[in-house]
Write a protein of this length. Structure first.
Length: 292
């Protein structure tokens, strides 16, 4: 269980903004912070990691107090069991993959965790190479593994996949889900990518101007109604075409193109480029607009 109450004046593009958030996150959940740039998402992660000090606040993780400004408690970053993955990888260029992971070990920590992570995140063939010889996706896999070396209580992911192409993003999302479940992590993700949010998130925290305005599942937050079915995927409308009295809506889901039949009344609400949810209902695919 993570509980935090954080208050701090921040500089935003529109001027000063007061961050004022209170929240609890259950153990083992993957929660996404969602909101416009400058809403305070990265600042929350930095405060949890001990890299940014709030003016007033508390942080409690699994009954351990990491921060209490009134009592003068403020654990140093290295005392907080967090793993932090950035967009820019932040690997040491003069070290091999294996050495980058070993450098993250705590003093006297069993080196066996490095071998385990190399196998889990499929880095065996890369472990003796240096970052400059690797692709962006490979570097991000290493950054993810390195963040897990100290076996954190909180894994924080600050838009780590936004610079990757669609195919690589999908692969990295699979790695994130795998390690999140294997190590029973509590994971906090910052993302704007709808398909990523629906695939990974148990819960969404919507931030607006430094305040949490909504909290719920992706379905609660981004759709107008609950849809039941054996499958649910998010995608982007690429094409809308009329055939006789019906319309065919072509939706790109990952690397696959799915065609959904709609009538004139349904198709009026959609436009090319929109993000949508495709689900099954009575064995027929149906399409639902995603609300931002």
């Amino acid at each position: 269980m993570i509980r935090f109450s954080l208050h701090k004046k921040l500089k935003a593009s529109t001027g000063d903004m007061q961050l004022d958030v209170e929240c609890h996150i259950d153990q083992g959940k993957l929660v996404t912070l969602f909101g416009e740039s400058g809403a305070g998402k990265t600042s929350i992660l930095r405060m949890l990691a001990g890299l940014l000090m709030p003016e007033k606040g508390t942080i409690e993780v699994n009954n351990s107090v990491w921060l209490d400004t009134q009592k003068g408690i403020n654990l140093k970053p290295q005392q907080r069991k967090t793993g932090y993955v950035f967009q820019d990888y932040a690997l040491f260029p003069n070290m091999t993959v294996k050495e980058n992971l070993e450098y993250a070990l705590d003093k006297n920590q069993d080196i066996g965790i490095v071998k385990e992570l190399i196998e889990i995140i499929e880095l065996t063939d890369l472990q003796d190479r240096k970052p400059e010889t690797l692709s962006g996706g490979q570097k991000q896999r290493i950054a993810l593994a390195r963040a897990l070396v100290r076996q954190p209580q909180i894994l924080m992911l600050d838009e780590p996949l936004s610079a990757l192409d669609r195919a690589m993003r999908t692969k990295l999302q699979d790695y994130i889900l795998h390690v999140h479940r294997k190590y029973n992590l509590t994971t906090i993700l910052v993302s704007h990518e709808m398909s990523e949010i629906f695939k990974l998130s148990d819960e969404i925290l919507v931030l607006e101007n430094g305040t949490i305005t909504r909290q719920g599942t992706p379905m609660d937050i981004f759709t107008n109604r609950h849809i039941s079915g054996k499958f649910q995927f998010t995608g982007e409308i690429l094409h809308i075409e009329k055939e006789d009295i019906i319309y065919i809506i072509s939706v790109l889901i990952g690397n696959n193109l799915v065609k959904v039949v709609a009538d004139q009344s349904e198709v009026q609400q959609f436009s090319i480029g929109e993000k949508v949810l495709v689900a099954s209902k009575a064995f027929n695919p149906m399409i639902e607009k995603i609300n931002h």
